[in-house]
Ligand binder design. Structure first.
Ligand SMILES: Nc1ncnc2c1ncn2[C@@H]1O[C@H](COP(=O)(O)OP(=O)(O)OP(=O)(O)O)[C@@H](O)[C@H]1O
Ligand SMILES: [Mg+2]
Length: 171
């Protein structure tokens, strides 16, 4: 995995550091962290490390084209939160909830036509202080995401590597 900006940590570094402290420093700086991954496994591992800095009440919007790794990253987050259940894409159910060491709500709003569909299933209650909430395709419903949402943008890398992905964590 390649780190594109100096203010980003490598996975190895973040394993050694107190990620929570580093994350809060990043937040103060308002800086983006940019990564490149070259396999689904690397994207999973990035999600895993990212999850260590999460606390209940955090909300994360995953944004980017079909097949760019949003679900792979979410699987890493889930593992990082101590979820041992198998993670499946909630494309039709809209949301799945997992109980690990922390509670994880996993939305996929790709098929949502109207935000009212989300309010009908209790959208706001999923963003409680008790749980971490991940929303795939959150950019389709920007107006109803909590203000403190962390946005993560996924895209394909141009060039030779079919498996290359750019992942930018915006705080
Ligand atoms: N660097 C990479 N990171 C993540 N996935 C990769 C990578 N390279 C190739 N892949 C492949 O791309 C696909 C990513 O699928 P995934 O379901 O995670 O995407 P997604 O962004 O959630 O798509 P969707 O918008 O349909 O929900 C998988 O088939 C995976 O094997
Ligand atoms: Mg997905």
């Amino acid at each position: 995995m390649r780190i594109k900006k100096d203010n980003s940590m490598s996975i190895e570094q973040s394993k050694d550091n107190n990620l929570e402290r580093d994350v809060s420093q990043e937040q103060k700086m308002g800086s983006d962290q940019e990564y490149e991954t070259y396999s689904e496994q690397e994207t999973f591992e990035l999600g895993y490390e990212f999850a260590k800095g999460l606390k209940p009440g955090d909300s994360i919007s995953l944004e980017g084209d079909l097949g760019t790794g949003k679900t792979a990253f979410t699987k890493g987050i889930a593992a990082g939160l101590g979820v041992t259940q198998h993670i499946t894409s909630p494309t039709f159910t809209l949301v799945n909830t997992y109980n690990g060491e922390k509670i994880l709500h996993h939305f996929d709003v790709y098929r949502v036509n109207d935000p009212d569909e989300l309010f009908a299933i209790g959208w706001e209650e999923y963003f409680s202080y008790e749980a971490v909430t991940v929303v795939e395709w959150g950019d389709l419903v920007p107006d109803i995401l909590p203000e403190n949402t962390i946005h993560i943008r996924f895209s394909r890398l141009d060039g030779s590597s079919y498996e290359g992905r750019r992942i930018i964590i915006e705080r």
